[in-house]
Write a new protein. Structure first.
Length: 134
């Protein structure tokens, strides 16, 4: 359990890079970082989100441009949005797991062996592209 939010940004970035290196060495694509109390931790520039039913639950990151962009896209697509902290149970109960970054939306194919869809992610990505072209 590393409370990365109390350390300088460089420590947080270094911890993410180490985690990403470890998962790639094990033939996975990305790491989902979690605290000891199972809260999901993300950089402001790469918020996580889950889709449960018809609702997008977006990680609460107040200074995230990416978070604001996906919220705007969800409103345009008539998708309900809830903004709050994410935890392990949210990932387990999700229909889709998303990471939002400056390059767009990455839909997780699987987490811990559970397969996920990418239906809402594709819809949001199309709406985000329309917003960015304006």
């Amino acid at each position: 359990d590393m409370p990365l939010d109390i350390y300088p940004t460089s420590a947080s970035v270094a911890a993410r890079e180490v985690a990403e290196s470890i998962v790639r060495s094990r033939d996975f694509h990305t790491a989902i970082m979690m605290s000891g109390d199972k809260q999901i931790y993300s950089e402001a520039a790469e918020p996580m989100a889950v889709v449960q039913g018809s609702k997008l639950i977006l990680q609460s990151l107040p200074y995230s441009v990416e978070s604001r962009l996906v919220q705007q896209a969800a409103r345009k697509a008539d998708i309900e949005v809830e903004v709050r902290e994410l935890n392990h149970d949210d990932i387990v109960q999700a229909d889709e797991v998303l990471r939002i970054g400056w390059q767009g939306i990455t839909a997780m194919q699987s987490v811990d062996g559970k397969l996920y869809m990418a239906i809402v992610a594709d819809h949001l990505a199309r709406e985000m592209e329309k917003i960015q072209k304006l």
